[in-house]
Ligand binder design. Structure first.
Ligand code: SAH
Length: 348
């Protein structure tokens, strides 16, 4: 929970607010109205709770706060309109979120931790030292801030920013509950995607708890030795374990699963890799219209030696998967000029 002088109201789950606010707000229907002001009308301060008495507003004001970030920097891409937000947290750490505009819709990519404890060998976000999990309220504030800034509701949420969401499971799922609740933020569960490098017990829980959100696995390799080179902190999981848990997620939730595959020049971008990936998917029952492979051509950073593959290798990789009946997409990098693309979310 974000520690501040006043309690951060977004950190408290709405269902707990009835008892937490009891000393100030005695009737439950008033608390319902307050929940509506916070999560549905998204007002920035207690002044805005216009159907709540001045006295109650004053009491809320003296014990609670509705926002925690102390500074926000905005960078806008001249290439594609992507906006990167840098938020300063109450304890002076920096976290990032990205707003991706497409076809009149806005999708946001949000962070779940300050730094990342997994530190994949190609990812700039992972180079930022891990400090702590973001609280429920901080994660929600990323979205609420952006909606307020762009003056419209976002249509999709990607848990693909800084951090490994599955290592912050409790707050992640608390946020998901608020996102999908009709009375709170009311975002369609199919428009929410959680990406993970593979924390198997948490992925199973996410499936069992039936939120119905989409799941994306950062696979990135086709044999275990190769994967360990780029993801040494793999919690002892093998590629076979990971594909198995994807199958489990698919069966249990019938929501779409994405296999993310970063393409690193001369490392995992050969025809042999593509054929091996196709075989792995076949043997694990993942050649299925509900499973999609997202190829992510590497976004180069100064911090690592990996290079983006040649266009011809990218297209060849795609073609091989397609010929094997796999749904495959090449993810276009967004906001490259402002350090907003996948794996670029770190200090500039
Ligand atoms: N920790 C989660 C969430 C991060 S999602 C996860 O691993 O899935 C961000 C996605 O971008 C992941 O698939 C990640 O592996 C990928 N990525 C990281 N650095 C990248 C880079 N430089 N270029 C392209 N993709 C990158």
């Amino acid at each position: 929970m974000a520690k501040q002088k006043k309690q951060f109201l977004l950190d408290i789950e709405p269902k707990q607010l009835y008892s937490v606010l009891k000393p100030i707000v005695s009737e439950n229907y008033r608390t319902d109205q307050i929940i509506q002001w916070i999560y549905s009308k998204k007002v920035l301060d207690f002044e805005g709770f216009t159907n709540i008495s001045k006295d109650i507003r004053g009491n809320l004001e003296s014990s609670f706060t509705l926002r925690s970030f102390t500074n926000v920097i905005k960078d806008e891409s001249i290439l594609d309109g992507t906006v990167r937000y840098t938020f300063r947290t109450y304890d002076n750490k920096y976290i990032y979120a990205v707003c991706l505009p497409a076809d009149n819709k806005k999708t946001v990519c949000i962070s779940t931790q300050v730094g990342c404890p997994v530190s994949c060998k190609f990812c700039l976000s992972g180079k930022t030292k891990f400090v702590r999990n973001l609280s429920r309220g901080e994660i929600l504030e990323e979205i609420l801030h952006i909606e307020n800034d762009i003056k419209e509701r976002v249509s999709g949420i990607l848990f693909m920013g800084m951090g490994e969401p599955m290592l912050n499971y409790k707050n992640l799922t608390s946020v998901i509950k608020t996102l999908i609740s009709k009375k709170e933020m009311n975002i369609g569960k199919r428009h929410i995607t959680v990406s993970s490098m593979g924390i198997i017990p948490a992925i199973k829980n996410l499936a069992n708890e039936m939120y119905g959100v989409r799941f994306a696995l950062s696979l990135h390799a086709t044999d275990d030795k190769q994967r360990t080179k780029i993801i040494p902190n793999n919690f002892g999981t093998t590629i076979s374990d990971l594909l198995n848990v994807c199958k489990y997620y698919l069966k249990k939730t019938s929501s779409r699963v994405t296999i993310e595959y970063i393409l690193l020049k001369d490392f995992n971008d050969t025809s042999t890799d593509a054929h091996r990936l196709a075989r792995l998917m076949k043997t694990n029952g993942l050649v299925n219209p509900s499973v999609q492979v997202n190829l992510i051509p590497y976004n180069e950073t100064n911090s690592f030696d990996y290079k983006t593959p040649l266009q011809v290798s990218i297209l060849n990789f795609k073609k091989i998967l397609k010929l094997n009946g796999i749904t495959v997409n090449i993810r276009e990098p967004k906001g490259l000029d402002i350090g907003a693309a996948c794996g670029q979310l770190g200090k500039k």
